[in-house]
Design a protein around this ligand. Structure first.
Ligand SMILES: Nc1ncnc2c1ncn2[C@@H]1O[C@H](COP(=O)(O)OP(=O)(O)OP(=O)(O)O)[C@@H](O)[C@H]1O
Ligand SMILES: [Mg+2]
Length: 345
């Protein structure tokens, strides 16, 4: 699959490798995204309610199998893709965003065959890459306006209204004339969402958007994501359990390129009910207990360690039963599976 569009990169010198593509593609003769033009999801009466991923695999040139037979059905609303570093999240996000081709598998979004017709998917895609680069000295307003042009919003009056409304929605209106380069991490991520929302996309992908944000900004970002609406598919990739427990009615856990759990957070927690036990110990006891129990988490408190174990039976020895939460699900799941990406034979 080629992703080149023949558009001069000079026109869009703005983003990272991923982001540059974003600009180029949308600048390309893409009949899209301007509310009432042809080719857009809702405008063309398309049913874009479900993203179906089947048997998706990707092995890089260095033999790392980053995706290994991924099957997922992702409905409207917020979907959380949770996984540790190197799990394959960005590979999956980039593949869905048509930035790279898989070795095997199929991808459909409603009636769009994504691998056969990537342009149709791009027409309805909003994407915030993990490393979102920006124009160094451009104001937020000017840059969003520029990106809106690239997205195909050619009517100046309409574009101005869209830019104003997106800056308001992302709580950046008071910073509209400040350079994006001067923004804090949280403001940049909100700006990243503003650009991803240009053109009213039906599929929004945000890759690790909360990493590095302080709790207040993360909370603000959560509120923003939850406002994006239930009528579009939003995929949030993250390694932060609270991102998913706070926001996502549906989720999956990716580890070593494989989906190791999927469902609603509630269902997944139910699967661990009555099986999680906790005990507070002194550090010196840890090594011995590690060899005897399936410890899923160890949390340091002042001089002591709070450990959680998974066991069908009461382990005794001072352990107490506790209510399982999503963090227990996550840690127990990723400890059962592979912790490093598989290397192809
Ligand atoms: N372009 C590439 N070439 C070779 N290997 C790659 C490439 N991109 C990713 N990988 C490897 O594939 C695996 C999955 O990487 P990926 O970036 O998809 O994981 P991730 O879940 O997004 O991780 P993180 O949380 O660190 O962003 C890793 O082992 C990574 O080193
Ligand atoms: Mg990543």
């Amino acid at each position: 699959m080629t992703l080149e569009t023949g558009i001069s990169p000079r026109r869009v010198p703005l983003l990272t490798a991923e982001g540059r593509w974003y600009g180029r593609v949308n600048f390309a003769a893409n009949p899209v995204v301007n509310g009432n033009q042809e080719g857009r999801g809702r405008a063309s009466g398309r049913d874009l309610t479900m993203l179906e991923i089947k048997g998706l695999s990707k092995t890089y040139g260095n033999k790392v199998r980053a995706l290994d037979g991924v099957d997922l059905s992702i409905p409207k609303g917020m979907f959380g893709l949770l996984g540790p570093n190197g799990a394959g999240k960005s590979t999956l996000m980039r593949t869905i965003a048509t930035l790279q081709a898989p070795d095997a598998g199929t991808l459909t979004f409603g009636d769009i065959d994504v691998l056969k017709d990537p342009q149709a998917l791009r027409a309805t895609l909003g994407y915030l890459p993990q490393d979102f680069g920006v124009y160094p000295r451009m104001s937020a307003k000017a840059m969003l306006d520029h990106l809106a042009v690239l997205k195909g919003l050619s009517n100046g009056k309409e574009r101005k209204a869209v830019v104003t409304s997106l800056l308001e929605q992302t709580n950046l209106a008071q910073h509209a004339n400040k350079a994006v380069a001067s923004f804090s991490g949280g403001m940049r991520q909100r700006f990243g969402i503003a650009q991803a929302l240009l053109g009213d996309p039906q599929l929004i992908i945000v890759d690790e958007p909360t990493a590095g944000l302080d709790p207040e900004e993360r909370n603000r970002f959560h509120n923003l994501l939850s406002e994006i609406g239930e009528n579009v598919v939003v995929i949030l990739s993250t390694h932060i359990v609270e991102d998913v427990s706070d926001l996502c009615p549906n989720m999956a856990i990716l580890n070593g390129g494989k989906i190791v759990a999927k469902g609603s957070p509630g269902e997944l927690i139910k699967g661990l009910e009555g099986k999680v036990w906790a005990r507070t110990i002194v550090k010196s006891e840890l090594a011995g207990l590690r060899s005897r129990y399936n410890i899923i988490s160890e949390r340091l408190t002042v001089g002591q360690v709070r450990i959680h174990v998974v066991s069908d039976e009461n382990p005794g020895e001072g352990f107490e039963p506790i209510q399982a939460d999503l963090e227990d699900v996550y840690f127990s799941t990723i400890r059962q599976g592979k912790t490093a990406p598989a290397v192809a034979a």
